[in-house]
Design a protein around this ligand. Structure first.
Ligand SMILES: [Zn+2]
Ligand SMILES: [Zn+2]
Length: 147
């Protein structure tokens, strides 16, 4: 499945079984997305490939370590290599085509609901966490193969 930023300069591909998504409602993700939350997938490195444009990626990091990578031409958030584990954080709004198989993908977890925007109501039956669960727990929740 191919993902592209708004202007199309940055492109990447993911292969293999897709995991479920999570949405993070923390104050930082709200700023980065300009919305109520971000929606993302965690993809193992072996299933992730840059196609082009990584030289146009700019990065902003807070002293806490929170980092946002974005296209320097259009400003879209783009995937970044995670500090913990061996994978990529991928914002799912960048995917080009919604293929048949992806229709089964669903939001499986909401993170940092303790600091969500007061004007946003979270729907659905996904698990909700006040803060961030352990990464191993999160990965397990997002796995679809066990179902
Ligand atoms: Zn762009
Ligand atoms: Zn967040």
């Amino acid at each position: 499945m191919i993902g592209k930023c708004l202007c199309g300069v940055v492109q990447f591909e993911i292969v293999g079984e897709l995991p479920n998504l999570y949405q993070c409602h923390c104050s930082l993700c709200r700023k980065v997305s300009g919305s109520s939350s971000n929606s993302a997938m965690l993809i193992e490195s072996k299933n992730y490939k840059w196609i082009c444009g990584n030289q146009h990626i700019s990065s902003f990091a807070r002293s806490s370590g929170f980092r946002s990578d974005f296209c320097s031409k259009c400003g879209s958030p783009v995937p970044n290599k995670m500090k913990i584990g061996n994978g990529y954080w991928v914002p799912v709004g960048l995917f080009e085509d919604i293929l048949e198989e992806t229709l089964e993908v669903e939001v499986a977890a909401h993170l940092y609901v303790g600091s969500k925007a007061c004007w946003h109501t979270i729907g659905g039956n996904a698990k909700q966490y006040e803060k961030m669960p352990e990464i191993s727990i999160l990965n397990k929740i997002l796995m679809r193969t066990s179902r």
